[in-house]
Structure formats: structure tokens, C-alpha cells
Design a protein around this ligand. Structure first.
Ligand SMILES: Nc1ncnc2c1ncn2[C@@H]1O[C@H](COP(=O)(O)OP(=O)(O)O)[C@@H](O)[C@H]1O
Ligand SMILES: [Mg+2]
Length: 383
């Protein structure tokens, strides 16, 4: 599907890319708000490929449990012929880099974006054996220097960055990565670094990391606001249903009023309209979301529920949870300090609430979730 709008966010990201690398950029926002779609649109269609070399690594669904599995997702192996293998072996660890890489980079850049740092198979094997992340960082720095020599600016993007949030390689890997990213950006101005995540507790952890103070910037990609959401619906009518004004203005408003501006919901509604009525589609969505919330609450009647808070397991009480949810009766945004932490942590973990650590606010993951929270509380006679 074609990409819709996000001109403001695109402008912001492009202005970062057009300046000298200086800060690590974190792109955050509620789930399914369009972070990945935004960055993909930028790197595929908005960048002058002759000036940038983009490396996009998506950790989604990758099972990364140790050094080896991390290294494997970071790199994109170039199979070598036996002759090349021998040659590279004799050239040693770092001497062989530029030649092998140039060749590999050119090959992959023709498709636009590198999905992993190109590396010769034999070198990767050495990295896997040596088990030293510092060597890998030296290699990467070398790699980026080589890209710069080609008059290109490297852009390193790591999507679903929270996947490696708890990974330890002689201590937490992310802190080592942060040091390395600071080196690449603030100190050497070699490469742009963007990290994407929907996990707002993880973003909070990053935001509170002292090491990053003054060295990182946060870009919010939220669900569409009302005006954009209504325009997106018109856009989708044309894209998906091949019709203009299939929905009346008041029907569009009705959709926004229930689900809000989360792109996936709006896309799925328009798709479902091929076979169902609008009322059917909307009531199904609300029912489904409400059922999930009720199920979360029900659980507390049978088991003790714990959440990881400040490095400790803390029990979450059902009353506290309900107290937080009840505060959303008449408003869809709360200040973070209005609510008890373990309880909201749990709700954020379960993707019911979204925490914006920069603005210090809490809100339901979507307008649909907000509506569903209130419906669930009503049905349980809690409001
Ligand atoms: N601006 C947009 N135009 C068209 N489709 C979009 C847009 N933003 C998001 N989408 C669609 O919505 C879905 C969810 O977006 P995604 O980028 O995966 O969310 P996130 O990465 O924030 O979780 C994707 O299928 C994507 O194609
Ligand atoms: Mg994503």
C-alpha cells in the first residue's frame, strides 16, 4: 500500500539525517502507530541513495539469547569461494575488510537497503569463536569509516531495539551498545543511529539512563490525530475499496470516535467493509478489545500477579489496577505521577496503557482501548 502523510515526522527525521551525526535517535510510540512504516518510507523513498548507506536491522521475532545469536542478526554474511576464504584468512582480521566489504556493499546497495552489516563468512566465524564484542565494534567503526571514504554517510537503524534490552554479554549489552553509539555519533560524527521501539517501559529505561543524557533525542510517532485519521480513511477508501466517498463524513467521524487514529485499525476496518456493515465491524472491534481487558482483570481472582519494577518482582493488586483504570473514566490522558507505579507498569506491559516517559504521561494504547476499558468497567459493575 502507498504511504500516507506523516510529513511532520518525515521532515524531522530528514533534518536529522541532513545534519552531522551528533545524537542517538530513539523513535518511540504506541504499538502499531506506524514507526516501522515511517522509517521504511524514509529510507526507501525519501533519501538520496547516492549520499547515504542505510543498514536496517529488524530484531522483531528474532530470538537473541547470547553473543552468538546477536552477532548473527547484526551481520549479513557474504558466502566466499574457497579461494577467497584462503585469501581472507591470510590477510588477517582487519586488513581484509575494505576489499571484501566494498564488493559486498555495492552488491546489496543496488536493492537500496542493507539488512545487516556485510561481512565475509570467514571473518564472521572468527568473531563467533572469539566471543569479544569489542572486536566487533572495531570492525563496525572500520566499516563506517570506509563508507565515509566513499563519500556516503552511514545510517544504522535498529528496529524493535527492546529485544536485546536484557541481553548480557559480560554485563548488559545495551550499555556497551550505547557507549559505541555515542562514540559513532557525538564523538566521531561517523554515522547516524536510529533505534525504534514500541515498548514504552524500555523507552523509559533508556530515557533514565544517565549515560545518554544530552546524547540522545526522542522522536514520538503517535497514532494519527483526528484530522489525519479522517483523511487517512478517505485515502484508504481509494486505495483499498477503489471508491471515493464510500463512507459519509459522519461515518468517518464515528469510526474515529470509537477507534481513534491507529493506522492498523483503520486499515482493517476499511478491509472488513468489503463484506460487513460498519456497525458490525465496529462492534466486533470493541467487543474483542473489551474481552481482552476483562480477561486481564479476571486473572487476578485466581493467581498472584507480579510485575518487574525497579529490578524487583512486585505484586500487583487488583484494586490498584482498577483504581488506575477508573481514572480513565472521563479523560484519556493522565499524568504519570497520578497513578501507582506497579499497577500502571502491569498495564503498560500488557499493552493496555502507553507510557510516554518524556512527556510523563500515561494513556490507553489507542482510543479503542480507552473505550474498551470503560465498557469493561461498566460491565463488571466497577463504575
Ligand atoms: N503512514 C502510513 N501510511 C500507510 N500505512 C501505514 C502508515 N503508518 C502505518 N501504516 C500501516 O500500519 C501498520 C502498522 O504500522 P507499523 O509501522 O508496523 O507500526 P509500529 O512499527 O509503530 O508498530 C503497517 O501495516 C503499516 O503498513
Ligand atoms: Mg515496528
Amino acid at each position: 500500500m502507498k504511504f500516507f502523510n506523516r510529513e511532520k515526522e518525515i521532515k524531522e527525521v530528514l533534518s536529522v539525517i541532513e545534519s552531522e551525526p551528533q545524537l542517538i535517535h530513539f523513535i518511540y510510540g504506541p504499538i502499531n502507530s506506524g514507526k516501522t512504516a515511517l522509517i521504511n518510507e524514509i529510507i526507501k523513498n525519501r533519501l538520496d541513495k547516492s549520499r547515504y548507506e542505510v543498514i536496517y536491522i529488524n530484531l522483531r521475532g528474532r530470538f537473541i539469547e547470547d553473543y552468538k545469536s546477536f552477532i548473527k542478526v547484526l551481520f549479513n554474511v557474504k558466502k566466499e569461494s574457497f579461494r577467497e576464504k584462503i585469501k581472507n584468512f591470510f590477510k588477517g582480521l582487519f586488513f581484509s575488510l575494505p576489499r571484501v566489504l566494498n564488493k559486498e556493499a555495492i552488491k546489496r546497495v543496488s536493492s537500496g537497503i542493507l539488512e545487516g552489516i556485510p561481512i565475509a563468512e570467514s571473518l564472521l566465524e572468527k568473531f563467533l569463536k572469539k566471543n569479544k564484542i569489542e572486536d566487533v565494534f572495531v570492525f563496525l567503526e572500520n566499516y563506517f569509516e570506509n563508507v565515509r571514504k566513499k563519500e556516503k554517510i552511514p545510517i544504522l537503524i535498529i528496529d524493535e531495539f527492546q529485544v536485546i534490552g536484557d541481553l548480557k554479554i559480560n554485563g548488559f549489552l545495551i550499555y556497551k551498545l550505547f557507549n559505541f553509539f555515542i562514540h559513532l555519533t557525538k564523538e566521531r560524527h561517523l554515522a547516524h543511529v536510529f533505534c525504534l521501539s514500541s515498548d514504552s517501559l524500555f523507552t523509559e529505561r533508556v530515557y533514565n539512563e544517565g549515560k545518554l543524557e544530552g546524547r540522545a533525542k526522542y522522536i514520538l510517532v503517535d497514532d494519527f490525530e483526528k484530522k489525519e485519521a479522517l483523511e487517512f480513511l478517505s485515502f484508504l477508501e481509494k486505495e483499498i475499496l477503489k471508491k471515493e466517498d464510500f463512507l459519509s463524513q459522519s461515518e468517518k467521524e464515528k469510526i474515529y470516535d470509537l477507534v481513534g487514529g491507529k493506522p492498523v485499525y483503520l486499515i482493517s476496518i476499511i478491509n472488513d467493509l468489503k463484506t460487513k456493515s460498519l456497525d458490525e465491524v465496529l462492534s466486533y472491534l470493541l467487543q474483542d478489545e473489551k474481552a481482552k481487558i476483562k480477561m486481564e482483570l479476571e486473572k487476578f481472582d485466581y493467581v498472584k500477579v507480579k510485575v518487574f519494577y525497579e529490578n524487583q518482582e512486585v505484586e500487583v493488586k487488583k484494586e490498584d489496577l482498577i483504581e488506575v483504570l477508573k481514572k480513565f473514566k472521563n479523560k484519556d490522558i493522565l499524568k504519570k505521577d497520578e497513578v501507582k507505579a506497579p499497577a500502571y507498569y502491569y498495564l503498560v506491559r500488557k499493552n493496555i496503557l502507553f507510557l510516554d516517559p518524556i512527556k510523563e504521561i500515561l494513556k490507553p494504547q489507542s482510543r479503542l482501548t480507552w473505550r474498551a476499558i470503560n465498557r469493561a468497567l461498566k460491565e463488571l459493575n466497577l463504575v
